[in-house]
Ligand binder design. Structure first.
Ligand SMILES: Cc1cc2nc3c(=O)[nH]c(=O)nc-3n(C[C@H](O)[C@H](O)[C@H](O)COP(=O)(O)OP(=O)(O)OC[C@H]3O[C@@H](n4cnc5c(N)ncnc54)[C@H](O)[C@@H]3O)c2cc1C
Length: 528
């Protein structure tokens, strides 16, 4: 993973020249004057952990698995949002963890948590490091130091139960490896977020991730059947049947808790037989409204494709739905992509049924090419963001969800908030959107914004982002459909759930983490 960008640096692709020129002419994008900082030029402050802490941690996990060198600390600083990247590209690492600890077992995690709680050291559970909401940027004021708890050594497929169609996975397994291991048994998880190449099983559970094939395979939180969680106060074992009437479902308290209530050390998920076939296709709708109505019909009356998404007019025109063809002339109207995975006969029947609904709703079939093109480029957009930052553009995404009846107003409110704030600041943006996940009762909206960076790109973006967050709450949307809360969404999450619910969550945290060392300030305001 690039220390100051996304993924494998060898896969970074420069933008086509006409796209760069267009961004310069249309949006006033200009290369940044700031000097380019190399990894070896980044200055990290000396670690500030209490005297005996490193020794105690080394006793818990083994000497080679406690690291305090500059590069390891820099690589565990924050996550991969655009402000995170802009700051690290500028060499800003004041909040680097003081040490990185790599446990190999649940008991080692328990031992590390005890050591940190006793010494009031903040602990940041670290999976793939792909958080885009400040989930890896705790508020560590008042603590004696910060430890990043990197779970990469806990990367085993523990068990496959083919009778129940379940698998137990360790949290540090990255998604491609998890998929590879399950395929060896003839199964798939079917979880393909855009961060697929780097994100981890524990991170998916902790942040309630949702993959691009959620219409067919479900969200990650829907897949989870059981969890083991290490807390400073002991172990939670949750989930002994797929569903239960034995009180509130405490699995739901851990899913989405973003490391604030404990460290997930094991996840049991439902699995499906690996699909025999996969087919993707494109559809054109005359407008976003018409396409939205069509997706709603499919989501409500079924059957559902495995992948179903719809780009608005701007995103269709720019071609973001097909990142490998960005800059080429695109279709007019709005592009929808439908994908099908499964057994051949079942896929054929489902495809025919969906086709009938989409045609009746005014869709025009575009054949396999746009769908295949989307599938081929589905993990490329983050590399594109690096290229945009490189030429002085600002590029960031945000997402929300609401009931269908609120979707049109939510769409308009967020677009207006982003466009208005950035235009007033002298950097008119291009704002694009797609429906990324559908349910019978509603859908999620995923926005992508590109503008010039301006003199202070982080402050500039945060103004726009805050305006969008306000607009989301005012329009009845949720502050996040799948990125989570982190520190970035915390205040709007509190507004969404209200003060009594915030107190309820605080009480839970107080019981499992009385010293408050787990990800302070993530999810809930730090109590210090
Ligand atoms: C380019 C890009 C595209 C993305 N696309 C998607 C997408 O399509 N869908 C989607 O859902 N998300 C997406 N994300 C967001 C991110 O990938 C998800 O939130 C993902 O679930 C994070 O997984 P991770 O392993 O990287 O977790 P991390 O970023 O390491 O951690 C996320 C949060 O969970 C906590 N945590 C991590 N592991 C554990 C654990 N074992 N126990 C307790 N807490 C833990 C961390 O402390 C942090 O607060 C994207 C991010 C990027 C940068």
């Amino acid at each position: 993973m690039a220390w100051n960008g996304w993924g494998d640096p060898a896969r970074a692709t420069p933008l086509p020249e006409p796209v760069t020129r267009l961004l310069q002419d249309l949006l006033g994008v200009r290369p940044s004057d700031a000097p380019r900082v190399r990894l070896d030029q980044v200055k990290v402050a000396d670690p500030r952990l209490p005297g005996d802490a490193l020794t105690a941690l080394a006793q818990a996990v083994g000497d080679p698995h406690v690291r305090a060198d500059a590069e390891t600390r820099i690589r565990h600083t924050r996550g991969k949002s655009t402000p995170d990247l802009l700051r690290i590209r500028a060499g800003e690492v004041a909040d680097a963890p003081d040490a990185v600890v790599l446990p190999a077992t649940h008991d080692e995690v328990l031992a590390v948590l005890r050591i940190c709680a006793e010494r009031r050291i903040a602990v940041v559970p670290f999976g793939g490091g792909t958080s885009v909401v400040g989930g890896l940027a705790p508020e560590a004021g008042g603590f004696t130091g910060v430890v990043a708890l990197d779970l990469r050594r806990m990367d085993a497929l523990v068990d496959v139960d083919p009778v129940s169609r379940t698998a137990t996975l360790q949290p540090g397994l990255r998604a491609p490896r998890a998929e590879e291991l399950l395929r060896e048994h003839g199964f798939t998880l079917g979880h393909y977020p855009q961060s697929y190449e780097w994100a981890s099983i524990g991170g998916f559970a902790a942040a309630r991730s949702s993959g691009q094939a959620s219409a067919g395979y479900g969200r990650f939180d829907e897949m989870v059947l059981a969890l083991t969680v290490a807390t400073p106060e002991g172990t939670l074992e949750l989930g002994r049947a797929p569903r239960s009437a034995a009180g509130p479902d405490l699995r739901q308290l851990v899913l989405g808790s973003e490391g604030a209530f404990g460290v997930i050390t094991s996840v049991t998920v439902r699995i499906r037989p690996a699909p025999a076939t996969a087919a993707y296709e494109g559809w054109r709708f005359p407008s976003f409204d018409a396409g939205t109505a069509a997706l709603r019909k499919v989501a409500q009356d079924g059957p559902l494709p495995t992948v179903l998404r719809l780009s608005d007019e701007t995103e269709t025109m720019i071609g973001l739905a097909r990142p490998d063809r960005i800059g080429a002339l695109q279709e007019s109207g709005c592009l929808a992509v439908a994908g099908y995975e499964g057994e051949e006969q079942e896929v054929a029947a489902r495809r025919a049924a969906v086709e009938r609904v989409l045609r009746e709703a005014g869709g025009e079939p575009l054949g396999a090419e746009p769908g295949e093109s989307w599938a081929h480029g589905r993990f490329n957009a983050p590399y594109l963001r690096d290229s945009l930052l490189e030429i002085g553009a600002m590029a960031e995404t945000l997402e929300t969800a609401a009931f269908w009846s609120k979707i049109p107003a939510l769409y308009a409110a967020v677009r207006d908030a982003l466009t208005g704030t950035l235009t007033d600041a002298g950097t008119p943006p291009v704002v694009m959107c797609h429906i990324s996940h559908v349910y019978p009762a509603g859908a999620s909206l995923y926005f992508t914004v590109v503008s010039a960076q301006g003199p202070d790109p982080v402050a500039h973006w945060l103004r726009a982002k805050h305006a969008a967050n306000d607009a989301i709450i005012a329009a009845g949307g949720t502050i996040s459909h799948h990125h989570g809360v982190g520190t970035d969404h915390r205040d709007w999450y509190a507004a969404e759930i209200g003060p009594l619910a915030v107190d309820l969550l605080r009480a839970v945290k107080q019981r499992v983490d009385p010293a408050g060392v787990l990800n302070p300030g993530v999810l809930l305001p730090s109590s210090r």
